[in-house]
Design a protein around this ligand. Structure first.
Ligand code: ZN
Length: 190
């Protein structure tokens, strides 16, 4: 089932979300909720989605990038469901990433992100996993992780002059960003 996506101004997007208890995670209705979260992300062409974006203040998010019309220049990322995740930065380096958000219609802006992180989380069945994620995909994980701490990308925009509508982005910035993204992918592999 495709769920309604909460929009900036809704206080649920500013909550520090709660950990998902293991007994809740294994319940059928919570598993169905995870399916709905994935379906909603795919329906909206998001690179990721976090539970508060559908009104549920739980520490769970999904990342998946495949033939994405919203981000045609983004490298693909396989479907990953992160429950109660922890992110560790593995380098002091940062790169600037032009982000958008399903909860913030028609706005994009440049955000500094760490290009090499370790993600430790539970999968949808409660099994712990650890994964290193790099480059553009690492930026996507940080964006989704921010959501479960009530942080939205404009909070992290260092230069407000980079703020742009999607049309202006396409017309004026996308070609330049594509070159920047190619350099990041060449360096970090994702
Ligand atoms: Zn978002």
């Amino acid at each position: 089932m495709v769920l309604d996506i909460t929009q900036i101004g809704n206080p649920v997007l500013r909550e520090i979300c709660e950990e998902v208890p293991e007994d809740v995670l294994e319940q059928d209705d919570f598993q169905a909720f995870i399916d709905d979260l994935i379906e909603t992300k795919r329906h909206a062409n998001g690179a990721g989605i976090a539970a508060p974006q559908v009104g549920e203040p739980f520490r769970i998010f999904v990342v998946e990038v495949k033939n994405n019309p919203r981000y045609p220049y983004k490298p693909e990322a396989e479907l990953t469901i992160c429950v109660n995740p922890k992110i560790t930065f593995l380098t002091d380096e940062r790169f600037e990433n032009y982000e958008g958000c399903l909860s913030i219609p028609d706005l994009r802006g440049k955000v500094p992100r760490c290009p090499h992180i370790r993600v430790e989380a539970l999968d949808r069945h409660g099994k712990a996993f650890t994964r290193e994620v790099k480059g553009i995909t690492a930026g996507t994980f940080q964006h989704e992780f921010d959501h479960i701490d009530g942080i939205l990308f404009p909070d992290r925009v260092t230069d407000p002059h980079t703020l742009s509508t999607w049309n202006e982005f396409k017309e004026r910035h996308e070609d330049g960003v594509r070159v920047e993204v190619e350099a990041i992918v060449a360096k970090w592999g994702e």
